[in-house]
Design a protein around this ligand. Structure first.
Ligand code: ATP
Ligand code: MG
Length: 426
């Protein structure tokens, strides 16, 4: 209707258009290949879950649950939420289908996640994550494996220069002791903390370690260190992990202030960051979450995994990786007149049946116009059916990228002559 305003997409939620999608598909193919190389298998869970799932897993006092979730009541009165992440869903599915009963699982997923944050470069309201979850293993070996999966993905995409930081958060009790000590220390310095950190002091003092505020950072320089609160088994496990990473030449640094924004982590945590994308520097993050399966009503299952932000990863691929070719047909079929139209669809279907990507002009037009479209399509060969050859057993074949002269060939030789031309340019 005239005068109506255009309907727009929801703020922070993006269309991925042809031209962009090729890079996405390449990254997704690399994800599938690398995950498979390590024996991880794909899982697809629903985009909508019961709100309770995230309240019980991510934690009531986290940014995600406090302010970032898309939660609504459906027609039955149930509170549902668009998933802000997928680890909880994987564990729920594992519990629900008995996948964790006397079994281990190596899982991966890719899909959209939803968080109501302030949209900016690298931060969206619908974004995508690739993640892996290893369910059922307690040791440092699986932790090193998970990190190796990430490293192999970066290298398969031609990405270098990511910084890997690791830390050990310790058991729930070690962390509780540390939390008390940290809180007591910070209370003595409360006036020097930034407002956000002051607010966090009561409810979630560990998150203050994340603060980028320089005043708060200075206070933290004198704070007790989490590493001093680890029990000896935790310390040994963390050292073992470092040995294993070193054995396969994975570079990392230990950052004792690295904490994660989700409550379910226990033990080791890690994060890959880049200095090439500005403020949104975290590419991939994860860790161990041994308590989660039980927290969701199942039996205790040791677990570890990570989630990688695809928008940020793809920005890096575009910056650093080799260029992804745009999808284009091999052959463009131009047809002049109604008889030619019949030949065009028949020849095109035969070529497609033989595995060739073919685009038919469709919609007639002068030969000049059709050949311009052929050129814009990036096809290598034009098959021309003009008045001279329409309805006969011959077609005209024209190389479009400087691979020789136009010729007239018998229809039975069409595939061979198309292949000869495309082969000559590869
Ligand atoms: P950040 O500190 O950037 O908010 P986070 O700690 O909330 O990240 P996780 O929940 O661990 O992130 O998610 C893993 C990855 O998902 C992040 O490292 C990032 O690459 C990506 N990610 C998280 N939130 C967004 C978002 N709103 N838009 C785009 N990518 C995101
Ligand atoms: Mg966040």
């Amino acid at each position: 209707m005239a005068g109506e305003t255009n309907v727009q997409s929801v703020r922070g939620m993006n269309d991925l258009l042809p031209g962009q999608i090729e890079t996405w598909q390449r990254v997704e193919a690399a994800i599938r290949e690398v995950s498979c190389r390590y024996g991880y298998r794909e899982i697809r869970t629903p985009v909508v879950e019961r709100t309770e799932l995230f309240r019980r897993s991510i934690g009531e006092q986290t940014d995600i649950v406090e302010k970032e979730m898309y939660t609504f009541t459906d027609n039955n009165g149930d509170s549902l939420t668009l998933r802000p992440e997928a680890t909880a869903s994987c564990v729920r599915a594992g519990n629900e289908h008995g996948l964790l009963h006397n079994q281990t699982q190596r899982l991966w997923y890719v899909g959209p996640m939803f968080r109501h944050e302030r949209p900016q470069k690298g931060r969206y309201r619908q974004f995508h994550q690739f993640g892996i979850e290893a369910l059922g293993w307690a040791g440092s070996d699986i932790e090193a494996e998970i990190i190796a999966v990430g490293e192999r993905l970066w290298s398969s995409l031609g990405i270098t220069g990511l910084n890997l930081e690791i830390n050990s958060l310790g058991s729930v009790s070690a962390r509780a002791n540390y939390r008390d000590a940290l809180k007591a220390y910070l209370l003595d310095h409360v006036d020097a903390l930034d407002a956000d950190s002051q607010r966090r002091l009561e409810r979630n003092p560990l998150r203050i370690l994340d603060s980028k505020d320089s005043g708060t950072q200075e206070v933290l320089d004198g704070a007790p260190s989490l590493s001093d609160f680890l029990e000896s088994a935790e310390r040994e496990g963390f050292e073992r992990l470092q040995q294993l990473l070193t054995a396969v030449n994975i570079r990392f640094s230990v950052n004792t202030r690295l904490v994660r924004g989700l409550d379910y982590y226990t033990g080791f945590v890690f994060e890959w960051t880049t200095d090439q994308l500005g403020a949104q520097s975290a590419i991939c993050a994860g860790g161990r979450y041994d308590g989660l399966a039980e927290q969701l009503g199942g039996r205790a299952v040791p677990a570890a995994g990570f989630a990688c932000g695809l928008e940020r990863l793809i920005e890096l691929v575009i910056l650093q990786g080799e260029e992804t070719p745009i999808q284009s047909p091999r052959v463009f079929v131009a047809a002049l007149g109604e008889v030619a139209e019949v030949d065009a669809i028949r020849h095109a279907e035969r070529l497609r049946g033989a595995g060739v990507d073919v685009q038919v002009n469709c919609g007639q037009g002068s030969l000049k116009k059709q050949l311009r479209r052929a050129d814009n399509s990036s096809a290598e060969v034009a098959v021309i059916i003009d008045e001279e050859v329409a309805g006969t057993s011959a077609v005209k074949v024209k190389p479009l990228r400087g691979q020789g002269e136009q010729s007239t060939v018998p229809v039975n030789d069409l595939l061979a002559s198309v292949q000869a031309i495309t082969d000559s340019s590869n």
